[in-house]
Design a protein around this ligand. Structure first.
Ligand SMILES: Cc1ncc(C[n+]2csc(CCOP(=O)(O)OP(=O)(O)O)c2C)c(N)n1
Length: 285
């Protein structure tokens, strides 16, 4: 069933909150990765708010859904959504990357907070997710495994070993969401090492693979529904996004992969994201 207008607005608001939290967290930490989470906010919010069966009440239930963030450097947005789902205290978000905080610059497994796996070393995530999917099947759990990845992570050979294994062993309860923004740490994919057409690649590996506008909440929701209904193959959503989406001076700029905004930039970003001027002053100091 299609999203109601109210539900779409709620998801869009959750995505806006991801963007606001990301700017605040990376600014407060004076280091981190703002561009990726801004670009992923729309599909991550649709997944977390509408599809992922993970919340404070079922965080330890064996038959819950699971989420693995392969592009672990984009975790500011992930933490924001865990807070929006009541798994992380909102106050804790501003401890991001601080000594002793559970919210480090790459996810550290912590089931109390809903973090199912440690990531950051690119390439492992799909292998782990295939294992989780097959384990759920063997145990008879009605769990779906959602695995976020990226065009940069798709340069890792291990991703394609995992893709082969997933199709061969029938991990039909697995959905990978690839953030395809055509950018990675050293610049545009075409200048570093182009991964080309990921839909065609996943299709050739025996997956149900679709291209999706990664900023269209209705299209993302429909693709996640179709993935859940696909019973003959694992599913790959190739989500076409722009790094830095929502903040004009970060939009499609590879330079914002891993740089913190200074005070002035954070202020401008928060104002553009619709935060009231008085609140921005209190946030930035
Ligand atoms: C195994 C491994 N090699 C290198 C890195 C360094 N690294 C961190 S992020 C990144 C680029 C990843 O590309 P992508 O996720 O597409 O970046 P984004 O879209 O967020 O800019 C690299 C190479 C790493 N984390 N792990």
């Amino acid at each position: 069933m299609a999203l109601t207008t109210q539900r779409r607005d709620e998801i869009a608001e959750a995505a806006r909150q991801v963007r606001i939290d990301t700017v605040r967290m990376v600014h407060a930490a004076t280091c981190g990765h703002p561009g990726g989470p801004l670009g992923m906010a729309d599909f991550m919010a649709t997944l977390f708010m509408e599809h992922l069966r993970l919340d404070a009440s079922n965080r330890h239930a064996p038959d819950r859904d699971r989420f693995v963030l392969g592009n672990g450097h984009t975790c500011a947005g992930y933490y924001s959504l865990l807070a929006q789902k009541g798994l992380i205290e909102r106050d804790e978000l501003l401890t991001f990357r601080k000594f002793g905080s559970p919210l480090q610059g790459h996810p550290h497994r912590n089931l109390d907070l809903g973090i199912d796996f440690s990531t950051g070393s690119l390439g492992n995530s799909l292998s782990v997710s295939v294992g989780m999917a097959l384990a759920a099947k063997l145990n008879g759990w009605d769990s779906r495994i959602y695995s976020a990845s990226s065009d940069g992570e798709s340069q890792e050979g291990q991703i394609w070993e995992a893709a082969t294994a997933a199709a061969h062993h029938g991990a039909t309860n697995l959905t990978v969401l690839v953030d395809f923004n055509n950018v990675q740490i050293d610049g545009h994919m075409r200048d570093v090492m182009d991964v080309r057409d990921l839909r065609v690649k996943y299709d050739a590996f025996g997956w149900h693979a679709v291209d999706v506008d990664g900023h269209d909440i209705d299209a993302i929701d429909a693709a996640l529904v179709a993935a859940r209904e696909e019973t003959s193959a694992p599913s790959a959503l190739i989500l076409h996004t722009k790094i830095g989406q929502g903040v004009s001076f970060m939009h499609d700029q590879p330079g914002w992969h891993g740089v913190a905004p200074n005070d002035e930039q954070a202020r401008d970003a928060l104002l553009e994201l619709g935060v009231a001027e008085a609140d921005v002053a209190a946030m930035i100091g």
